[in-house]
Each structure stands twice: as C-alpha cells, then as structure tokens.
Design a protein around this ligand. Structure first.
Ligand SMILES: O=P(O)(O)OC[C@H]1O[C@H](OP(=O)(O)OP(=O)(O)O)[C@H](O)[C@@H]1O
Ligand code: HPA
Length: 189
C-alpha cells in the first residue's frame, strides 16, 4: 500500500518558497559542535555503536559523525510512522534492523527529530531487548509541546523547536526537502 501523500515538484517548490527559515545551516553547524563535545565527554571512551535512524536521521548523522573524533562503530536502522504524511500513526513500521549485534554495546541512536516520541520510544525499547549495555538518544531537534508520549527522553539535542511542521536537514515535507540546508517551517502548519 502506498501511504505517501504525493505532491508534485512544483507544489514542493511553492511550499519551500513560502516557508519560514527557523534555523540556518550556520546556526546548526555551531550547535552540532557543542553537541559533539557533549557526546565525546559521555561516550568517547565507550566504543559506542552509533545507529542512524533512517531516513530522516541521515543528514544529521553525517554532519555529527565528522565531529566525533574517537573510535566508534556505525550501523543503521529504518523505522517509520509518518511515511510521507504530516501526522503519524501510533504504531511504527520496521523496514530494516541493524546487522551489528547490540548485546553489551553502548548504543547511540541518532535521529532528526523527537516529536511525539513514538518512534524513538519503540526503537530504544527494542535496543534494550537486544541487551544493549546502554542506550542514549541524540536528536537534531526536540519539538516543544505537551503531546510527548511517556517513556522516552533524549540525552542530547541541538535545537528546541517550536511546535510547527518543519522540514530540511533530513526532515521531509511530503518526502521533499530533506535536502534543504537549514530548518524551515511550512506556512500554516
Ligand atoms: O517522535 P515522532 O512523532 O515519532 O516522530 C519522529 C520520527 O518521525 C520521522 O520519521 P518518519 O516516520 O517520517 O520516517 P522517515 O524518517 O523515514 O521519513 C522522524 O525522522 C522521526 O524518526
Ligand atoms: O515536524 C516534522 N517534520 C518532518 N518530519 C517529522 N516527523 C515528525 N515531526 C516532523
């Protein structure tokens, strides 16, 4: 079943033209320097297994990893609940689980956004079930509202985001503009 709410490239271009820039690439770069220093303090001697949550986490992961100058291993997983829509279902769909065994590992999950929290809560729960020694969560953006589910918190975040639908730096608007170099908010959302 195709769950995407497809829009045309022209509609995507128009959404981008009307959007508000909330956080520039330069601002994000400086905030990622700070986050990398914090992560280094906590995990720099732990040989962590760093797991990128695809798809949205990919750009954040790329920018952050070049700032982590200590031994680590990297793998990825793909779990999704929005699937190209602007509101998510309460259950997530696993599209890929990491090949690297998690048992006894200090796991660092990297994702673009902590919004209602269903996605990272289920992923963190699964990591604990795999007997990870510890599970930490780093997100580029932590959206501020009172709809967060119980049982999930982030350990590191660069940006406290306003409660609007955003895109850019890995985050999509109907599968477009993950490539936007900054964080933008859709007009009216
Ligand atoms: O905190 P939540 O409300 O659960 O939302 C956050 C999740 O939603 C997005 O993923 P999405 O389901 O859109 O998958 P994608 O990254 O593959 O687009 C985002 O990348 C997070 O993983
Ligand atoms: O605001 C958002 N933008 C893009 N993807 C998302 N996934 C959860 N919230 C968001």
């Amino acid at each position: 079943m195709d769950n995407h709410m497809a829009i045309t490239p022209e509609e995507a271009a128009s959404a981008r033209a009307d959007a508000d820039l909330l956080h520039s690439a330069e601002e994000i770069a400086a905030l990622l320097d700070t986050m990398a220093a914090e992560i280094t303090t906590v995990l720099g001697d732990k040989n962590p297994l760093v797991l990128c949550v695809m798809t949205g986490g990919v750009i954040f992961t790329g920018h952050l990893l070049t700032r982590l100058d200590f031994p680590l291993e990297q793998d990825y997983l793909h779990a999704t609940r929005y699937r190209g829509k602007t509101s998510g279902s309460k259950t997530i769909t696993w599209l890929h689980k990491p090949d690297t065994p998690l048992q006894g590992r200090h796991v660092l999950l990297l994702d673009d956004i902590l919004d209602e929290g269903y996605t990272l809560r289920e992923i963190a729960h699964w990591c604990h079930e795999q007997d990870a020694a510890s599970v930490k969560v780093a997100v580029l953006a932590d959206k501020q509202h009172d709809r967060r589910v119980e049982g999930i918190k982030r350990d590191f975040s660069a940006i406290e985001l306003v409660d609007r639908y955003v895109f850019g730096f890995g985050m999509d608007y109907k599968e477009y503009w993950r490539n936007a170099n900054g964080i933008y908010a859709i007009k009216g959302l």
